[in-house]
Design a protein around this ligand. Structure first.
Ligand SMILES: C[S@@+](CC[C@H](N)C(=O)[O-])C[C@H]1O[C@@H](n2cnc3c(N)ncnc32)[C@H](O)[C@@H]1O
Length: 258
């Protein structure tokens, strides 16, 4: 499938339309062969095409930014369902990378006002590039664990979403991930939850009473992350949700007091 997608990329067509082609110019064949070599050397498909699909979006990606994953689409869907009845919800995406979550919310709920926070000065250039043309999304350079982050929004936010770095230090990763996703997007300390601890404090401060938090996590954190949220205090309705493959994938909670 990757080979077909790369050939379609070279020819400027779709994978399905390849069926109607019966010749390829020499220069396209050479470009295709070079891309195949890079893919065989574990360069991510999305870095070779420069694009990553995410719900109804096609995001620009490349070296320096985390490639958005299909499983994160469900967290975006959860957030969109929760804000469906609010005309102008205030939403914050902590650790925005390509802008996937922030932009999906803004695109699918036109009244939403979304703030996308990213700490990495290289990654945020991709956030800005993808957010251009989405005036409802404000991109902010900042640390999601910083007590001074977005203090102007304290107690006003309807939904905080985050797909933070959550890989436990030392975990084995495929070469596509280990060599091409930025380290800041991946590593989360000994249990993978270091950044999440700070993010919980920030989310508790930003959310209005009754506001909602959704955090993506690793397969192995489906018990540990809900337990961490419960032990932090001030959260109700703490639940964990599986992805489409049935693996524990994100935790949600409601802010019960300020
Ligand atoms: C796993 S990636 C997710 C990116 C995007 N939200 C997505 O779902 O595809 C985590 C992102 O959080 C950013 N990040 C890591 N630590 C951060 C921090 N303390 N404050 C803000 N952003 C942070 C990383 O640079 C990276 O872009």
């Amino acid at each position: 499938m990757d080979a077909e997608l790369l050939l379609a990329h070279v020819l400027g067509t779709t994978r399905t339309a390849l069926l109607t082609r019966d010749d390829v110019r020499d220069e396209d064949a050479a470009r295709f062969a070079a891309l195949l070599d890079q893919r065989a050397d574990r360069v991510p498909l999305q870095h070779l095409t420069g694009r990553a699909p995410f719900r109804h979006l096609e995001l620009a990606v490349g070296p320096g930014v985390f490639v958005p994953r299909p499983e994160t689409e469900q967290l975006a869907g959860w957030a969109l369902e929760r804000i469906a009845g609010i005309a102008e919800p205030v939403v914050v995406d902590l650790g925005s990378g390509s802008g996937a979550l922030a932009l999906a919310v803004a695109q699918e709920h036109p009244g939403a006002r979304v703030t996308a926070v990213e700490r990495d000065p290289v990654a945020i250039e991709w956030t800005r590039r993808n957010a251009a043309g989405h005036p409802a999304v404000e991109v902010v350079l900042g640390d999601m664990t910083d007590p001074a982050l977005l203090t102007g929004l304290d107690g006003t936010v309807d939904v905080v979403v985050s797909n933070p770095p959550y890989v436990p230090d030392g975990a084995g990763l495929p070469r596509e991930v280990a060599e091409h996703d930025p380290p800041l997007a991946l590593w989360g300390g000994h249990d993978g939850l270091d950044v999440v601890r700070g993010l919980l404090t920030t989310a508790a401060r930003l959310l209005r009473p009754g506001g909602l938090l959704g955090i993506e996590h690793a397969d192995q954190q489906g018990t540990a992350l809900p337990a961490l949220v419960r032990s932090a205090g001030g959260w109700a309705d703490v639940e964990d949700h599986p992805d489409l493959a049935g693996r524990p994938r994100y935790t949600t909670a409601r802010r019960s007091r300020g």
